[in-house]
Design a protein around this ligand. Sequence first.
Ligand code: EPZ
Length: 417
Amino acid sequence: MEKLRIQGGHMLSGKVRVGGAKNAALPELAATLLTDEPVRLTNVPAVRDVATIIRLLEHLGVQIERDANGTHSRLCAFNGTEAPYDLVKTMRASFLVLGPLLVRTGRARVSLPGGCAIGARPVDQHLSALTQLGANLRVEKGYVIAEAQRLNGSEVTFSSPTVGGTEHLMLAASLAQGTTVLRNAACEPEVADLAILLNLMGARIEGAGSDTIEIRGVSELGGADHKILPDRIEAGTYLVAGALKGDRLEIANCRPAHLEAVINKVQEIGANIEPGDGSLCISASTDYRASNTRTEPHPGFPTDMQAQYMTLMTQAVGTATVTETIFENRFMHVPELNRMGADITIDGHSAIVRGPRQLGGARVMATDLRASASLVLAGLVAEGETIIDRLYHLDRGYESLVEKLGAAGAKVERFRE
Ligand code: EPZ
């Protein structure tokens, strides 16, 4: 089992380049099922979740090659319409292949994704919306069995914003008969980026990125060539690293506009961030003021930055309340941070962080993707050596993290015990 060893206390400087957004690459790779023509995606991050959905797409008949010029996909012929449990359970966004399989072949048998560490994460909104478009769905032995002669456009109002549900319906409705309107849709930048790809393929989608999206169905979609947008959560993670240990650390190839809530919050506590053209520059400060935050759907403070922000609050003067409103169990980094000397107590959906606290290196365990990022950040600022176990969580969403941090001056290495 690979582990991470971090010697804390080293400053970070120079340039960290942000990669393509994992949470855009996943639905956009699923979109390759919607056409028989070649689709080239560039800026696709080399992370485990992308490798997992590529395995599933190849299982379904998509030929995918990756080279220096990008990721080239071409669906030659469907090789069945089933997405097996062992692939969907490890990476829940695989569930998004259901709509494309259904709208192209009239049938699909896709494993329910099941829960994950951070919560139950049901897909009821996906299923009820697809039913509204005319899908016949039933659940048997943990699989969704879907059939539909064709899908018909409809007005769908989500009971609460769902990123995956919005993306799933955009994928399916692109080839439905007639017009679909999604209301209370998710506004995340990754949703807007998926719409850019689908429109390049010939779809007719308007309003993506807002809470109302109109999709006028077309009879078929063609190929496209699209560069995936930068990963705002990777950028935010390195921004926090810079807030903790930066010495003019530059986060390059990012879109500050997609990180406004995080940038505003880090500035509010006292950080000096210099936004550039597609980059951010930050140096650590020693007198941050604690500030409360609560996670919200975009453009609010992103749940995927909650754990990283909590690590930053351990270094701020005062008490910060961090409230998680999106997932029901996204505080698993708290006990591990406390083992490093943090003083965090959980009260329902809120965590109370008292700072500043000098963190000390320790052996800690990653429990989910963003929790593991918060432990890396804690290791950078802790005294002594931190060992992080279960690195596969980190590898799901951070490409070349050791190389990027190492090049900026961190003392971090992977090793096998
Ligand atoms: C996406 O997950 C992201 N994953 C998550 O990032 C992110 O945390 C989340 O959106 C919220 O921003 C990808 O894009 C691959 P949701 P998703 O549907 O689509 C509930 C990371 O760290 N819900 O917006 O699964 C759900 O349980 C990952 O990169 C239903 O109840 O999130 C959650 O409480 C973690 N029924 C809330 O809505 C449904 O049918 C938001 O979920 C769908 C969702």
